[in-house]
Structures are given as C-alpha cells and as structure tokens.
Design a protein around this ligand. Sequence first.
Ligand code: WQD
Length: 337
Amino acid sequence: MEILVTGGLGYIGSHVATLLIEAGMEVLIIDNLANTRIEVLDGIESITGKRPYFKEMDVCDSEGMAQLVAEHPNLKGVIHFAAHKSVNESIAQPIEYYENNLGGLNQLLKISTQQSIPFIFSSSCTVYGQAEKMPIREDDPLKKAISPYGNTKRIGEEIIQDCCKAFENFNAVLLRYFNPIGAHESAKIGEYPRGVPQNLVPFLTQTVIGKYSKLRVFGSDYPTKDGTCIRDYIHVMDLAQAHIASLNYLLNKQNSENCEVFNVGTGKGVSVLELIYLFEKATGEKVPYVLSNPREGDTIEAYADATKIKEKMGWQAKYSIEEALQSAWKWEVKLKG
Ligand code: WQD
C-alpha cells in the first residue's frame, strides 16, 4: 500500500508520514526542501525504525512526476502538503504563490484523476476569513481570502471539487486545518520555521529560549473576553491522525460524496493571553511579552465546529493544549541543543 506524501519532510507532512509508517503503510516522500531540512528524514527513521523512500523534487516538475508515477504504479493514495505557506510572503510574491501552489496541485491532479487515486488536500480555516459566528461550520460561507496564500487554498478546493465532478471515480477529502502547534513527543521531528517565525507558538518558544527579548501580543482591544485574538490550537499529532482517518475513510469507500470537506480543530477557542498563561503553567517557564498593535489581516476569532469529522470518521482531537505546548517547548529545547 504505497502512499505518496508531497511535502512529506515539512512540519505537518513529517508527522503524517510517521503515523503512516507506524500504520504499516509504504510511504513515498517527495519534497524540494524549500522550507525544511533533510535531517527530518533521519527523525522519521529514528521514530519508526524505517527510512521511507525519499526523492528531492518539486511537484511542479512534470517530467519528474511522470517518472515517479511510472516507477510506482501501485500508488493507493496521495496526501498533498507541498506548497508555500507564508501569509506575508504571499502578499509580496503573489505570482510565485499562485504558480507554485496551484501549479503543483494541478500536476498532482492530472495523475490522481487519471488513475482514480484517493486524494487528501491540505486546506486551511483561512478560507472562512472572519466568520460571522462561532464555532465555524463547513457549510458556513467562505470569504474573500486576505492573502494570495489563503486564495490558493480557496481556489485549490474549487479545482479539486471540479475534478470530482468531472471524474466520478476520483475521490477527495479537503481538510481545513485550524492552528497546528507542537511536535512529536520524542522531539525528533517538529517545525523548522524559516527566519523570524510568523506564527505565535514558534515565536513564543524562541522568545522563551532567548532568541528574542519579548513576544509582542498583536492587539489587546479586540471584542473578546480579554481583548486578544482567539484561535483553535490543535496538536500536530491530532492533526496528523486526522489524515490517517481520512485516508482510511477513502480507502474503505466510506465517503458518501466524492469530494468532502472537513474542519480539523479541537472545537475550543483560546486567546493569545490564555495561551501564554497555559504555556507558563504547562512548562514552568516565564513568557516575556508586551501588548502591541494589532496585526494587519488578523481575524478576531476562529475556532472549529469539528462535529462533522467526528460523525463521519470517528476522529476527534485527543491532546490537551497544555500537552501541545509542552511538546512545542521540548522541541525548542532540543533545537537549541
Ligand atoms: C495566531 C494569533 C496573532 C504572532 C496562520 C495562517 C493560517 C495557518 C495558521 C497555514 C493571532 C497572534 C502571532 C506573534 C501574536 N497557516 N500573534 N504575536 O494568523 O491564526 O494563522 O497560521 O495554513 O493560514 O493565517 O496564526 O500563529 O500567526 O497567529 O500575538 O508574534 O497569535 O495576532 O491572533 P494565524 P498565528
């Protein structure tokens, strides 16, 4: 049972690849190493005892992809992570984002639709923009994306939906991630943010470890319980498990339609100040922070209604946010070493 994981050395991809191997599946990883390091492969091997097939290549490389598929005629699933993912970078480089994220997706869809290979797409809650009501449901209206990155997720979902209409034997699951945080409990794999981390938890852990003097809390006058933004922070291991559940859901033909969308979150909203407090409680470390101006483009509140994936696949988040934050800190300490 060979499963192709594109971007499989990335943050989410490497945790999914690890669980797939532990579930007894043959994993093929392709990654262009644009936003990760080859050492992640050693981490996966160290955890699972198996070194998955790896080829350094770009999903946009049509010849390379054709050759890969010819060499592996028994692909039973594609899990597609390979894409650029920085909101800010996408605003500065829209063409690169549309070309890479949508070009790569199209390349994979040519293969998956021709061979009716089940397809799992890494989407994002960003497609909802600022939702009117909480928790956010899959059938809530989508909003115009605030960034080219978010737009590539929105357009990517539409391309896949059109492919499912055109090819009745092609089946796909679109997973709308909320905010992934943390790392594998072994601290052998985790997130390698490039440069200054844009996301809250890696910036927080790098501040606590001493790389930065203070964490800036972007905005403290929002209409929320404590004035700071609210998000649905999900342990990356829970998120990874949702991909295994989705793959089994498609392989066992349990899907009622050939394109289904699922939120993947805990269903709980946590504010920035609450997260800081929970981190301090979970690790015993002090977080130096300062209340700062709001960040352009931030939504005020976003947390998932995750009942659909529970009802259809039996998946629900199991880790607490404290466990996720402890794993994030353990990973940061490991990186420093
Ligand atoms: C969370 C909260 C910030 C940094 C982004 C992408 C989304 C997805 C997840 C890919 C916000 C606040 C942050 C800091 C802060 N990525 N914050 N100080 O923006 O919800 O989502 O990452 O799929 O598509 O948009 O996550 O971690 O950047 O921010 O106060 O130094 O933390 O304002 O309220 P976000 P985030």
